[in-house]
Design a protein. Structure first.
Length: 131
């Protein structure tokens, strides 16, 4: 995690903090990272907010999208009792800090795109500007 944070532009102190806490901010998203129980990978979770799956239609779309996500990125949209999250697992075997950094950045960008799309759709439906 420390090496990936350095590749993503963190200072040495920020990189140590990211490794210590399992949390860093990328593309405006707070990324939570924990070690997989088998110690061979990392599990990532990015908060998508309470309203992300607030309707049957959004749940249907997220479920359909999750199949593609799982196949292409190993990620899926899920819901805990508290919130919706984009979740993924990354095997560490053979990973470099640079490839881990690229994976983390890509998933954070995906979460940001999901949230932007949800905000734009909400604004269009409600006739309000998005920014």
């Amino acid at each position: 995690i420390r090496g990936a944070a350095l590749h993503l532009g963190a200072s040495p102190e920020q990189a140590v903090e990211a490794a210590r806490t399992g949390s860093l901010e990328l593309v405006g998203q707070r990324v939570g990272i924990v070690c997989d129980p088998d110690d061979e990978g990392l599990v990532l979770a990015i908060d998508l907010g309470d309203a992300f799956l607030d309707s049957a239609e959004r749940c249907r779309i997220a479920l359909a999208a999750s199949l593609e996500l799982i196949l292409q990125t190993g990620a899926a949209v899920g819901r805990t009792p508290q919130r919706c999250q984009l979740m993924a697992r990354c095997a560490l075997q053979g990973q470099s800090a640079a490839s881990l950094a690229a994976w983390l950045h890509g998933l954070a960008a995906l979460a940001a795109a999901y949230l932007d799309a949800a905000e734009i759709k909400y604004a269009v439906i409600n006739g309000s500007p998005t920014h």
